[in-house]
Ligand binder design. Structure first.
Ligand SMILES: [Fe+2]
Length: 304
């Protein structure tokens, strides 16, 4: 439970109203407004850092462009992350052992062929690490493009706090329904009778000790069990509408060589893509236990 008042707590009506007003006023109008040029991503300047942080405060992500092109040095994305307080990487089992980043590219060998990120297929809306145990929940996210696809590979982006806001506006009862600790279950991952990852049950929305919002969600229809609760199920349906039916506050970005996305763990998807005859899409992904520093509801509503 949160140790302090939070606008994300369903009982905090007045606080929520004040936060909502500032949040809406702070939203970027178009994707161009979210892009920051970084001259040397291994060491972003104070001015570049403050532009990135300002965007993360407003919409929980920023896009960045560097002059690095297809330079695959992992220090490029790691430098951007570190400058924003993203330090503690989740070393997932398919990650690159030396850096803690994960290379997202089409793989032809087991076991990666079994997982959609390592194919050229589309990925539905989700937050990262929704199947992780609470000790390993993901709060910060970074994607850095070394080589884009020949065609496609566009990321849909939506601030998870805006999804929360639109849901709470639609029906305040949706929020406690999605905060139930048993609302969303991801079944165990098994192969040949061996459990590779245990079943994981948890809330969609929860509030951290600092009063910030965390979201675990996947839009996938298979290998997921929603609680048999009409309000929760209506909320999930509404969220699907918000994410897919041209709702405001969604963005679509195609990362080109040297570009990246950095922020808190927002909702995102990926369209299908096609690699070229002699080039393969390669993105580095960093999943962090940290949030971007100095972001959060108090940075928007200082007098709370
Ligand atoms: Fe993801």
């Amino acid at each position: 439970m949160p140790q302090s008042h939070s606008p994300f707590d369903p009982v905090e009506e007045d606080l929520y109203r004040r936060w909502r007003e500032r949040k809406l006023a702070a939203q970027p109008v178009g994707l161009e407004e979210t892009l920051v040029e970084i001259a040397d991503p291994r060491r972003p300047t104070a001015a570049e850092q403050s532009r990135l942080l300002d965007l993360c405060r407003r919409c929980n992500f920023a896009l960045y462009a560097t002059p690095c092109g297809a330079d695959a040095d992992p220090k490029i994305p790691l430098g951007v992350g570190q400058a924003l307080g993203l330090q503690r990487l989740d070393h997932n089992w398919l990650g690159d052992a030396d850096t803690g980043l994960t290379s997202i590219t089409v793989r032809r060998e087991e076991p990666r062929t079994r997982y959609i990120p390592y194919t050229d297929k589309p990925i539905k809306w989700h937050t990262d690490g929704y199947y992780n145990t609470p000790q390993r929940w993901i709060h910060g996210l970074l994607l850095h493009c070394v080589t884009p696809a020949a065609e496609g590979g566009v990321n849909g982006l939506m601030d998870h706090e805006m999804a929360y806001l639109l849901l709470r506006d639609a029906d305040p009862a949706f929020i406690p329904a999605l905060m139930q600790p048993d609302v969303m279950t991801i079944p165990a991952r098994e192969k040949g009778g061996v459990v590779e990852r245990a079943e994981e049950t948890g809330p969609v929305f929860s509030i951290t000790a600092e009063g910030e919002l965390h979201m675990r969600f996947t839009e996938r229809k298979r290998s997921i069990r929603w609680k048999d609760d009409p309000t929760a199920q209506a909320a999930v349906e509404k969220l699907g509408e918000i994410l897919n039916h041209d709702a405001p506050y969604r963005h679509h970005a195609r990362l080109e060589s040297g570009m990246g996305l950095v922020g808190n763990n927002i909702l995102h998807d990926r369209s299908a893509f096609q690699d070229g005859a002699d080039s393969q899409r390669l993105l580095y992904r960093g999943r962090y236990y940290d949030r971007v520093r100095d972001t959060g509801f108090r940075s928007l509503v200082a007098d709370l």
